[in-house]
Design a binder for this molecule. Sequence first.
Ligand code: ATP
Length: 272
Amino acid sequence: MFKNIIHHHASSSEDCAKLCCTRIEDFAVRIGRQVIFEDVNIHIHCGQLTALIGPNGAGKSTLLKAILGEVPHQGKLHYVDAKGKHTGHPVIGYVPQYLRFDVSAPTSVMDIFMACLSKRPVWLCSDKKLRPQVEKSLARVHAAHLIDRRLGALSGGELQRVLLALALDPLPDLLLLDEPVSGVDQNGLELFYEILADLREKEDMAIILISHDLNMVARHADQVVLLDKRVVTNGTPKEVFGDARTRRIFGMLAGGEAGSANDSKAESEVRG
Ligand SMILES: Nc1ncnc2c1ncn2[C@@H]1O[C@H](COP(=O)(O)OP(=O)(O)OP(=O)(O)O)[C@@H](O)[C@H]1O
């Protein structure tokens, strides 16, 4: 209701109560005796891109699944609208890190949309009726031309955009993205971040993105959360990348640029 009206760029420390935001309170996931993560308290503001970074096994993907309610967890999620009233649970869209499917299957992009959008069995739905809606959804992510393409024939970046289009229908309050570690080239990556910038500005959407590309995070994120089984530090990219703990975890050189969290040098320094 208040989308498009108020476009805040609040800092992570600003009070959530006056702004449209999602509060993640005391989130923890424990599997048996193993702590996957605990003590996670973060505010996710509308119109902002919050990047979730951390070493392998830090609990990033599990945190997204906990927010989605897909793994048992402790803690609460509060969605607060622009007037500060609690409006219950946000509508959440989710793009997974990868999709398991048979690349040789004849399933097309249109088939996937039909299966996801229609509550009726796919074979009872008319392709003609849904097609304009699917084209519109795909156009939002610059992928209308892919509608009849086989899923298995899509590039990594194209598949990521198709999954994003699915996550945007219906338009969520909170969008969760688990960036693929590989398979998306630089052009695909730039286009993806451009689309995210558009969603923030035009829809005032709150976005949480897990990313291993620290350079892209430094350039595009409004807020960065460094997770390593708990929140190590969070704030603006400048604050987080300037923090000694971030440098220690990713093995960044003093005064150096943010690199890739998957960089083998960075990883060996993390382990060392
Ligand atoms: N269902 C499960 N049962 C047991 N352990 C699990 C389960 N799910 C996740 N884990 C463990 O929790 C830890 C965190 O996993 P998670 O995938 O959330 O990390 P991540 O930060 O997303 O890592 P990456 O950057 O490598 O994708 C890992 O050690 C993983 O093995």
